[in-house]
Design a protein around this ligand. Structure first.
Ligand SMILES: [Zn+2]
Length: 263
């Protein structure tokens, strides 16, 4: 269910020993009884990142991250196992616009999108270089994205497990929980109907230890943060959520997370 890129532990958690970590890039898949198959982000989808007409910036990004394809974890492979293809995905929830979360958006030709309206507006208003400095590449976002999008800001608000957010399906099962800091409009997903409330927090920090120990984010990972102070507030909310018995998963922590698949 992921690709892995090497990273030095110090990049993501200050005070940690200098060692090579293989950071996964998680993406999610679930079936909603009314809507159908729903993806959470797309992961790297290396085919998209290696397209011959990609921009120079995206080439540099791919090389810098040394994104290595982990075939078994690719969305196409997991979908095929279920007898599905990318065209069967009805919705892609885009937690934020960093390249490792949206690389495969063009493949999901029949999907509606759920995303932060403020985030897509900011991405579309900025120059190519302005986006690149933030780890965002406009070319990865389909031209008709906005026409196919429901903005989380327009969703009815609901509350569960001490958190408030937009009710994505109108049935209270999955809430978009704003977690400011990491990127404009960054949000997590609260699955309130699980035995224990489960929050996929995406990228408030990259390592779970950094959340539980309140470790400051190291450089240079900190530089791409949109709003570091807001990020600390988000992490404190996640710690409260866990203290009250909630399960938390992050996108990039290499340890096994709740609801990880077997890819
Ligand atoms: Zn990110």
């Amino acid at each position: 269910m992921c690709n892995k890129a090497p990273a030095n532990r110090r990049l993501v958690q200050t005070g940690a020993p200098r060692e090579k970590l293989r950071l996964p890039v998680r993406w999610g898949l679930f079936e909603h009884p009314n809507v159908g198959w729903v993806m959470i982000d797309t992961g790297y989808m290396p085919a998209a990142l290696s397209a011959p007409d990609r921009s120079l910036g995206l080439r540099i990004y791919s090389v810098a991250l040394r994104a290595q394809s982990h075939e078994a974890g690719q969305p196409e492979v997991i979908l095929a196992r279920l007898g599905l293809g990318v065209a069967d995905v009805a919705m892609v929830i885009v937690t934020h616009f960093h390249a490792d979360h949206v690389a495969g958006l063009h493949s999901f030709v029949n999907a509606r999108f759920v995303a932060s309206g403020a985030a897509i507006a900011a991405v579309q208003a900025r120059s190519y270089l302005g986006n690149m400095k933030r780890g965002v590449f406009g070319e990865l976002v389909p031209a008709d994205f906005k026409a196919r999008m429901v903005a989380i800001e327009d969703l009815a608000q609901a509350e569960a497990a001490g958190l408030q957010g937009g009710d994505i399906f109108g049935d209270g099962t999955v809430l978009a929980i704003p977690l400011a800091g990491h990127a404009e409009g960054h949000f997590g997903l609260l699955f309130s109907d699980q035995p224990r409330p489960f929050l996929y927090g995406v990228d408030p920090q990259w390592l779970m230890a950094a959340v539980t120990q309140n470790a400051p984010l190291g450089y240079p990972a900190r530089l791409i943060f949109d709003d570091y102070a807001a990020g600390l507030v988000s992490v404190a909310r996640l710690r409260d959520f866990m203290a009250q018995g909630g399960d938390l998963a992050l996108c990039h922590d290499p340890a096994k997370m709740p609801y990880d698949g077997d890819a």
